[in-house]
Design a protein around this ligand. Structure first.
Ligand code: MD3
Ligand code: FE
Length: 218
């Protein structure tokens, strides 16, 4: 029985589309509060600014990043890792704002993950032309927890591969207001983002914001 069909569990009556065995696409899930979510993102980035990190290989990433939560994802010459302090400010990352956390947990719940407790929220800002190469997310200790992603602003083509880098990939557009929950057997799939095409959105200008919620521990 699909409990999501019941009004009390899904008052917004959002369509929950299965992408794979462990992944669900929630089209337009964030549309009712996109402005409020972007305001919370701005509060975070006022304290821990968006910045272009370097890869361990020494390349500057085209995506600018920041974090909130008890840990943040960082990259530098020493590698990729989660850490409790923002290396730019030397202070703890900002607290995860309430609406961000609530909506991430709701999305996970609608996708069938009942006890998602994200402690990391990674904020990615894509300007025109920014991209993210094919990669796996495996810096998290707990690979049984899903990752929840929110897309806001201008659209981008998401590339969804297989469990090996060379596997065939699917492409689909992630648009303003979309949420996706990635877990189970899909958790370690390779994925990336094609270079963002020139566009404008009323709420963000020529920018795409992607937010990923992660649970690094048990
Ligand atoms: C599928 N971000 O931050 S979000 C990342 O649009 C990242 O900024 C992309 O990949 C972005 O690591 C994609 C969607 C996403 C996130 C994590 C996944 C898809 C995933 C983990 C496993 C499989
Ligand atoms: Fe990723």
């Amino acid at each position: 029985m699909n409990m999501d069909l019941f009004q009390q569990d899904n008052p917004q009556q959002v369509d929950v589309l299965a992408l794979g065995p462990g992944s669900s696409f929630l089209c337009g899930f964030l549309l009712p509060d996109a402005g409020a979510i972007l305001a919370e993102v701005s509060q975070v980035t006022a304290q821990s600014p968006l910045r272009h990190l370097s890869t361990p290989g020494g390349q500057k990433m085209s995506v600018a990043m920041s974090n909130c939560g008890t840990l943040g994802w960082v990259s530098d010459h020493a590698g990729y890792r989660y850490q409790a302090e923002d290396p730019l400010t030397g202070k703890p990352w900002p607290v995860m704002p309430a609406l961000l956390l609530e909506r991430a947990q709701q999305a996970a719940h609608l996708a069938g993950y009942q006890h998602f407790q994200p402690n990391v929220c990674l904020i990615n800002r894509y300007g025109i032309g920014a991209r993210m190469g094919l990669h796996q997310d495996r810096d998290e200790q707990n690979l049984t927890a899903p990752i929840v992603s929110f897309s806001l602003g201008i659209p981008a083509t998401f590339i969804w591969g297989g469990l090996q880098r060379t596997a065939k990939s699917r492409r689909f557009l992630l648009k303003h207001g979309d949420a996706v929950v990635w877990g189970g057997p899909d958790r370690l799939r390779f994925h990336g983002v094609a270079p963002v095409k020139a566009d404008e959105h009323a709420l963000t200008g020529p920018v795409r914001i992607n937010i990923t919620f992660r649970q690094t521990g048990p």
